[in-house]
Write a protein that binds this ligand. Structure first.
Ligand SMILES: [Zn+2]
Length: 240
């Protein structure tokens, strides 16, 4: 077993510019790259990627494996993450992850997004909402977890629920302040069936309307799933 050898397999795909990932111009990759150096939530198991068989060892193929938490990198949280007996990932409709989305500029927020910040947004008819904060601009560049990230106050979550939003995304690993004993943001959102997308990077995304293609792994019975998330710019047509 060759841990980390995976990183050295080479090939062109590894050389794509970050956040473009070889995508056409009208697509924005808002996913975080997964590796052993991806910043994770304190206490989570360390991610491990490696090779079970390798060409360098004279074996017939490179065969990789990965071992990491469901909440590593870009991922979704579903109600059973915090609410006993609530739906698991596979019981939530995929419409939570795919469809029109509003990216809201919250880069003015200094510490936490409040109910007033949410109430100012044009949320009529908005089912998916992604919040761009200073996290995307500052904290993804840090090599370790920081306690200083922008999080969601309980009042913000209540406003999100009241507005009828079905899925909310934040650009850090969690929506609650680190060290919070009762996780009010998770409990308020998930307790009302609002799903969460965490650890998206909106550094290269301007506020506005997009089409969200967030594709979590098709896991059974879990409290969430790692995901690839891409925004399609408004007016995008797949066939032309
Ligand atoms: Zn999570």
């Amino acid at each position: 077993m060759e841990k980390s050898a995976w990183n050295h397999l080479g090939g062109q795909m590894g050389n794509q510019p970050k956040n473009r990932a070889g995508l056409p111009d009208h697509m924005i990759d808002i996913s975080v790259t997964l590796s052993e150096s991806t910043v994770i939530y304190p206490g989570d198991p360390l991610p491990e990627y490696g090779l079970i068989f390798s060409l360098a060892n004279g074996e017939i193929a490179n065969v990789g494996y990965l071992k990491h938490g469901i909440h590593h990198g870009t991922h979704v949280d579903v109600p059973c993450h915090f609410i006993p007996g609530a739906p698991t990932f596979d019981q939530m409709p995929a419409s939570h992850w795919i469809g029109s989305v509003l990216v809201a500029d919250m880069t003015h927020v200094e510490r936490a997004i409040s109910g007033k910040d949410i109430e100012r947004l044009p949320l009529a008819g908005v089912e998916r909402l992604l919040l761009k904060t200073q996290n995307s601009l500052k904290y993804y560049k840090l090599p370790q977890f920081t306690n200083d990230f922008i999080y969601l106050e309980r009042s913000a979550c209540e406003a999100i629920v009241s507005a009828g939003v079905k899925t909310v995304g934040l650009d850090y690993i969690t929506v609650d302040p680190h060290g919070s004993p009762d996780f009010p943001a998770h409990r308020t959102l998930l307790g009302h069936g609002v799903c969460i997308i965490e650890c998206i990077n909106l550094e290269n995304t301007e506020a506005g309307e997009y089409y969200l293609m967030c594709l979590p792994l098709k896991l059974e019975g879990t409290d969430g799933a790692p995901a690839r998330a891409i925004l399609l710019e408004k007016g995008f047509q797949a066939f032309r």
